[in-house]
Design a protein around this ligand. Sequence first.
Ligand code: GCB
Length: 626
Amino acid sequence: MVAAMDQGDDIVQTRFRSVLGWLYWRMALLSLVSGAGSIPAQAQSTPTLLADVDHRATMSLDGDWQTIVDPYFSGQYTFHHEVRRNGFFMNAKPKKDGGPVEYDFSKSSILKVPGDWNTQRDSLFYYEGPLWYEKDFHYVPKLHTRVFLHFGAVNYRSTVWVNTEKVCEHEGGFTPFDCEVTKTLHDGNNFVVLSVDNTRRPNGVPTLETDWWNYGGITRDVLLVDVPDRFIDDYDLHLNRANRSEIDGFVHIDGADTGTEVGVIIPELKVSAKAPISQDGRAEFKIPVTRLNLWSPQNPKLYHVKITWGSDSLEDELGFRTIETRGTQILLNGEPIFLRGICIHAEAPYRTGRAYSEKDVVTLLTWVRELGANYVRLAHYPHDERMTRAADRMGILVWSEIPVYWAIQFDNPQVLENAEQQLTAMIRRDRDKASVILWSIANETPNTPARVKFLSTLAQQVRDLDSSRLVTAALLVRTNGLTKIVDDPLGQYLDVIGTNEYIGWYEQEPASADQTTWQIAFQKPLIMSEFGGEAKAGLHGGGEDRWSEEYQASIYQHQLIMLKRIQQLCGLSPWILMDFRSPNRLLPGVQDNFNRKGLISDQGEKKQAFYVLQKAYREKTVGKAE
Ligand code: GCB
């Protein structure tokens, strides 16, 4: 995709200029008319992140929300013509007397949560801008309980008010956040208002240009989460790489007294361990275990684990396994493993739109199984937590990634902060999942010194947060005739090298792969993290007719010939399991706003290439049999 990248840079710059003008206008207006936008001291600009929310006592706020489409973001102003105008967060009602109130949530239309707005209302299909959500709910406070408002994901920027008080702000469309609302909720009727803005930004992560639909809105669950006054807010329990008879890790308590003890109980293993809390609020564990049934794709064994501290206790289902590299191999539980995989976007099968439900993820992963795969690359951002939970249960290994995609502003410290925050949220949410073996910090990022500095900082952050898994990224490769060269300096900071190439689609012919050789500058495991080509399901032609199923199948056939010759290949995840919506894909009658590189159409029709890959995976003709 190098060619497309260069073009992308131009587009980014052109759009950047026009966006600058618009931003200038808007900032000027805002400073004239409003005090809104600054966050009061009591609100959290970096909201808390709870662990294991799907095992907490919760009340769902999913369902119907009142919504106001607000392209000029007029609902955020509090002053206009020197007259006080309530921002929409006040949730006021128009009255005959008194000042003008020019909105009314109760009379506005409804959107379902979770769900992107684009596929729920025709007029919002291409909408990129601010939209307001409001929901009324009843709440009865409990003694000695703190309450958090949890959002699974909101794309892209959001500000949250409860009963008119701003409780938090968040940026990033695919990671969870939690706003504390203990003191904001009343006994009885309450309401929450959210402004959500999916406007693409030059300094966003991702930035202006992506090859997926910019689905806006509250795209994942909203929950009220009850926890005790002081509670278990983070933990990591994993198998020791060097000693697979020991579970290591920590439990962190929010507000703990030093010296008090945390308990970890695994009934099936007869484990009942205790450890004291030190000054940093953490209790460190080294738990000896015997007769551990290791988690693997063939045996996705999960243990019931209970963590206790004071009045809090938290349960989880954890698998125990190790993942490491040795030379150019990836070892699962000490044994070499070959990753027979496929990429997936969080696009919902059949209905399209953002995937969020159990049905969505099980449909996708069942196809993965049918393909004979043991591995998925979840592109290009963290997917719903149901996906990694299902992968844990179904024994499918996972590469999980943050949307550091193409040419983001690598020299902007605020962009780094944003990427770090998304990386932390991804790791904290999913480090209890045995299926996740690879944290990816980037996809196809152009090689510049600023970018290497930026991404090496992220690689170090992964190691600080989770040293039990591997760091990777999908790199661009250089081409010299029929030689592919992998020498991106970022490679030195990674455990596993991912490379994307599109021989037979963006360059050369499918058969060119037969003669292509690979020069890899790193003695590390390599994953072919993308290859493929487009085909419209049901469109047939010869092996030379682009867009036909035969042409796509021929790309796969030739790729498989090439891949067998790459000695240090440890896995592959062709692009992609299912067709997905993309605003870049405009060919009428064929693409119609879908990237058609799926092995399966968005309506579930399997293309010929699916069966080519299935045969190679089932017969293990690609990669070494483990
Ligand atoms: C890539 C990108 C992916 C695109 C794909 C394509 O290299 O990583 O996001 O969708 O190519 O289809 O061009």
